[in-house]
Design a protein around this ligand. Structure first.
Ligand code: NAD
Length: 299
């Protein structure tokens, strides 16, 4: 419901006022609608390949956005209205968001109603574990400005339990008086560079609230721009699903690459083999490539 309402609000909401308009909408959904109509002050921590598009999209959809990055060059570029990396549509979107006055960048977090953590989670090659220091540093930095009543969203690809362990416990360790007063949710980002803006808006989203209220608040935020379905999950389910998606993709890429090596050894044309095999109604082998990598699908 939230999603459908959001879809038409996105185009028409400035023209829609008056209680009569909401006739027929159930009251549970109304809370989400109010969240959309109010538009929030959102602090996006980490202005990289995922965080800056998210910040710029939120600004385009009426939110007042403060982007935070520890890299002063990134902060300076964004404050000039320039996207510091190559991504289709981003130069125009960042320039537009900057010109609207709804996107600014800073080096340390400022008070806001909603915090989105979009921080790196690389794999530590010695331990083969996710390096959560960036997320913990981000949680520490927002702990200083939380007042109670905020929503904190972790979007980084993270191990099971990370939202509680690396965000909630870090914040409550520094600010014990905030226990039970801040809403937390894990909403993994599933976009792919090269098509980030389209996917960030159009992909279905997992919403893993630590509490139902946290989930509803996060859904109101995403419904303000997302045209995909907003899927309820527990926090740990959402963390697991994101890793399962990546693991599945990783295995499929590995299969295609292994097949390429095997065909090479046998003197067979791997492209033709895959093309013919993919005629099977339940086979869909990927295209082989030079390898696999990135934060999400670890090398
Ligand atoms: N890039 C992708 O294709 C992709 C897709 C889906 C999910 N993800 C996940 O999203 C998360 C972010 O990935 P990314 O590709 O945007 O990373 P990135 O490296 O492009 O950007 C991260 C940004 O965070 C900043 N940063 C680091 N520590 C900080 C701190 N304490 N406070 C403020 N800023 C800080 C860095 O300077 C950098 O600009 C990762 O968990 C990644 O796995 C990435």
């Amino acid at each position: 419901m939230t999603c459908t309402v959001a879809a038409w609000l996105r185009d028409d909401w400035p023209a829609l006022t008056g209680a009569g308009f909401f006739c027929g909408v159930n009251w549970g959904s109304l809370a989400a609608i109010e969240g959309i109509l109010q538009m929030s002050r959102v602090c996006v921590v980490g202005l990289g390949y995922m965080g800056l598009p998210m910040a710029a999209i939120l600004a385009k959809h009426g939110h007042d956005v403060v982007g935070v990055d520890i890299n002063p060059e990134v902060v300076a570029r964004v404050n000039e209205g320039v996207c510091p990396f190559v991504e289709p549509g981003m130069p125009e979107l960042v320039s537009e968001a900057h010109a609207s006055g709804r996107l600014k960048a800073v080096g340390v977090p400022e008070a806001a109603e909603i915090f989105v953590l979009s921080l790196p989670t690389p794999v530590d090659h010695a331990s083969h574990e996710a390096d959560m220091r960036f997320v913990e540093a981000g949680a520490q930095s927002i702990a200083a400005v939380l007042q109670g009543g905020e929503l904190v969203v972790l979007e980084s690809t993270s191990p099971i339990g990370a939202t509680r362990r690396n965000v909630v416990e870090v914040i409550e360790g520094l600010r014990p008086e905030l226990a039970g007063k801040v809403d937390y949710v894990f909403c993994p980002e599933r976009a792919i560079p090269g098509n980030t803006l389209k996917e960030m808006i159009g992909n279905d989203r997992l919403v893993g609230g630590l509490t139902p209220r946290a989930g509803e608040r996060a859904k109101a935020l995403y419904a303000s721009f997302c045209t995909g379905a907003l899927l309820d999950a527990t926090t740990e389910e959402a963390e697991m699903v994101k890793l399962v998606e990546n693991a599945s993709r990783d295995a499929q890429i590995a299969f295609a690459n292994e097949l390429s090596l095997v065909c090479d050894r046998l003197g067979l044309d791997v492209w033709k083999v895959i093309q013919l095999a993919n005629h099977h109604p339940r086979v869909n082998i990927l295209t082989p490539g030079p390898g696999v990598g990135g934060h999400c699908i670890a090398v």
